[in-house]
Design a protein around this ligand. Sequence first.
Ligand code: SF4
Length: 522
Amino acid sequence: MVKFFRYICCLLPVGRFQIFTLTMIDLVTNTISLNRGDSHDENRQGESFAPFAIVPNQYQKLFYIESYGCAMNFADSEVVASILNKEGFGATRNVEEADLIFINTCSIREKAELTVRKRLTEFRSLKKKKKGMLVGVLGCMAERLKSKFLEEEKLVDLVVGPDAYRSLPGLISEADGGQKGVNVLLSRDETYGDISPVRLNSNGVSAFVSIMRGCNNMCSFCVVPFTRGRERSRSAVSIIDECKDLFEKGYREVTLLGQNVDSYYYSEDKIQSTVDGQQSTAHTITFANLLESVALISPLLRVRFSTSHPKDITDDVLHTIVKYENICNYIHLPVQSGSTRILQLMNRTYTREWYMGKVDRIRQIIPDCGISADIITGFCTEDENDQLDTLAIMEYAKYDYAYMYFYSERPGTLAQRRYKDDVPEEIKKRRLHEVVQMQNKLSLESNLRDMGKTFKILIEGDSKKSDQDWVGRSSHGKVFVFPKENYNLNKGDYVMVKANDCTQGTLLGSIVNSPQTTDHSN
Ligand code: SF4
């Protein structure tokens, strides 16, 4: 009865390239998501790097990196690959031929950590066989456990936190000399802004671009502020340059990533010529400004972003979405609970009514906006009335998708220190099941409302089931599958598709115009 579906990051939904409908609840990871490949993309958990295009023989050593968790972690693996590549290491997908094995970990749920422990056990025999092989643990679990990791897992040589990847080459050479290394220093300014990530198993159409790191919110259930540190924004120039570069390389969609993108804020000095010479003035860039700058790169480049904290998303952002056709009409707006009492315990800093007002505002400014949410059931002290409030707010918001899970206490969080995890697991699961049922209904209703309508779809590649069909996505984030017919289209092209049929997770359609008449413009 238990099927692993996908794993959710607290609030960083952005994985992709999968189509599924919900059939079962994952009772192991306490997680459910519906309809689209966001948040912790289950298809990508444990994904390893594809080798670089350059001839691998030129590399002295090969690294293998396996990634878990949210989109931010996968983006970080791309940064790590870039750092290692500069030092002359090549990537391999074959763990047996690797000289360095890295596992980029997630700490958000206990199950995620158990998966990493199990993988480490599997690496033990490889390490015995290959003299000099190093094993490194990266990411949130490294940050949470620090040097304790070296004590607990004897085969581990390196423990490196999310802000310390620049120190990897030095730590590797020390470990080559027999000295195990730990660097879990969190930084107030590291953004890896100057590092051009090596794209990890990309479809060549869509890419993640990290715009900020860390989080200053202290949601009581969340481990992120402790594992990823204080919030800091990356230089706007480096973000825009990275997006331009992606566009020039043929990418047609970027997702701007951060734990809380709406609080993006970057101040840079501008040098101006004056009568007396030159003068430096501070120029501040908000998230709305950044969105606009990225949208202006080309109308052919779609822009998405994730994640928005309901308290931080502004009217400026909403109006910017409306102003540019290529900024997708889709907002991930985690609610977590529909009960004001529980929201207060979660330290979410908004009430049920306030959240509903935010949904109203989005619908008022962007009438056809797709909205999704994260929902936790069974948080400390939650009762049946709180659960009814959650179900009711889902109906009110009419979410197109949701990432749902039952509460799992994490060491070191505010909730662990302040509250008792007092809702029995079977009740958490039953409530999760109710929430899932509600979302199934809402997702299907949402898709049924789209029947007969025509959407501009960005083609992402062949459908999983048939190379005679394309899979692509609409602006509001829905997955479309449609026959290629005789059109001479390629992935990365836009095409108008009419929705004819649907499941809960996918719209089935047909092309309504030829590529020659495809609207590539605003
Ligand atoms: Fe998201 Fe809150 Fe965690 Fe920050 S503290 S990452 S806003 S859940």
